[in-house]
Design a protein around this ligand. Structure first.
Ligand code: SF4
Ligand code: SF4
Ligand code: SF4
Length: 388
């Protein structure tokens, strides 16, 4: 079994200064040690989210690296190495090169990835759209089943939880295994991309899928854990071979002597590279919910969803909710009020989960993302040293 699966991605390294700051950002209490004592991470409770890593003021928390594997694959003539990059990477990659926070460097990043030697450069947005379609369709089946419009014994229960954040999945597995049937069965965009690359794309490109090597650039350290999970080999090949973070890509570009700031913009490859605006909002909290809700609304009602107004629940900003009246076409236009919630920070999901398990949840659909504000502030993003 992979060391990442047995020991985790995140470790305290070097001399811990015992400032105790990391314990305040950890969503699970996985970090032990009092003020003045060396701190340790207990893998049994750790979500691999990297929030402690990006918030350690002394840089004493590190992550397992897959860079050596990626560089070895790039040199191997029997490997055809392709890369996907997630939407939150492009607005953070400019920072390590001195560009203003939030600069969109998508075109320069595509050019840099080609200079590093990737054979194909793709956006994860294409499979973010697939995730939205899968999660939206699954929600429709659950709603139809619940209101008796179409009986489907395989439809899961309501509310449906999103399933694209691997830290949230691990939180549910460790703390609330009974909630797992409520989670969408859809793979995350990262894993869908790997499966599509090794089936459809390999066939279209005439590449033996056994030779295709898929690298992800992610804003997320938990994605390294996700790609190693043994269930993600549905095509017969590991969906994603290796994950590197935004930080690691920046270091690699610098080491390679690429003049990133002056690169000319390039487009992503198009074979599996087209996408809608819905996929782009995946990187911020509420994005998955809004995109899937729009899909479900259009299919259930045959109409376009007007604006969704989200409001904070009882003043707790990490939880927001909205209600949408959907006229159900299959029930002659009879309206159904669909209640949705967005949770930022896994620890805030606990009361909602307990309501679901006690049968008193008012919601039909709940999005949970681990990191504050979503993947844009993920544990793989550049560290803001000016914050200290
Ligand atoms: S934040 Fe860093 S230095 Fe401070 S206790 Fe945690 S690991 Fe040690
Ligand atoms: S990676 Fe996340 S869950 Fe694990 S110790 Fe750090 S903050 Fe806690
Ligand atoms: S919110 Fe995004 S960056 Fe953070 S753990 Fe989840 S998938 Fe990773």
């Amino acid at each position: 079994m992979s060391a990442i699966l047995t020991d985790g991605v995140i470790k305290v390294e070097g001399t811990c200064k015992a400032c105790d700051h990391c314990t305040s950002v950890c969503p699970t209490g996985a970090i032990t040690g009092l003020l003045g004592q060396k701190h340790k991470i207990e893998f049994k409770k750790c979500l691999n989210c990297g929030q402690c890593l990006i918030n350690c003021p002394f840089g004493r928390i590190g992550e397992a690296s897959m860079m050596d594997q990626v560089k070895t694959a790039m040199k191997d003539p029997n490997k055809y190495v392709v890369v996907q990059e997630a939407p939150a990477v492009r607005v953070a990659l400019g920072e390590p090169f001195g560009m203003p926070v939030g600069t969109n460097v998508k075109g320069k990043m595509h050019a840099a990835l080609r200079q590093l030697g990737f054979k194909q450069v793709y956006d994860t947005e294409f499979t973010a759209d697939l995730t939205i379609m899968e999660e939206g369709t699954e929600l429709i089946n659950r709603v139809y089943n619940a209101v008796g419009a179409v009986k489907d014994e395989h439809a899961g229960p309501l509310p449906q939880f999103t399933s694209c954040c691997p830290a949230w999945i691990r939180y549910a597995e460790i703390n609330y295994p009974k909630i797992l049937p409520y989670l969408s069965s859809a793979k995350s965009p990262q894993q869908m991309f790997g499966a599509v690359a090794k089936t459809y794309a390999a066939q279209k490109l005439g590449v033996d899928p056994a030779k295709m090597y898929v690298v992800s650039v992610m804003p997320c350290t938990a994605k390294k854990y996700e790609c190693e999970r043994p269930e993600f080999i549905s095509s017969g090949y590991k969906d994603v071979d290796a994950v590197i973070t935004t930080r690691e890509l920046a270091d690699w570009i610098k080491e390679s002597g690429i003049d990133f700031v002056n690169l000319k913009d390039e487009e992503a490859d198009k074979l599996i590279g087209s996408s809608t605006g819905a996929a782009t909002i995946f990187g911020v909290t509420g994005g998955v919910m809004e995109a899937a809700l729009r899909t479900a609304y259009e299919i259930l009602s045959g109409q376009t969803l007007p604006a969704v107004e989200f409001k904070s629940v009882r003043g707790r900003k990490p939880v927001r909710e909205a209600s949408v009246d959907i006229p159900i076409k299959a029930l002659g236009g009879k309206p159904l009020t669909v209640n949705v919630a967005i949770v930022t920070g896994t620890k805030y999901a606990a009361p909602l989960i307990e309501d679901v398990l006690a049968g008193r949840s008012p919601y039909h659909f709940i999005e949970v993302m681990n990191c504050p504000g979503g993947c844009i502030n993920g544990g793989g993003q550049p560290i803001r040293h000016d914050a200290y």
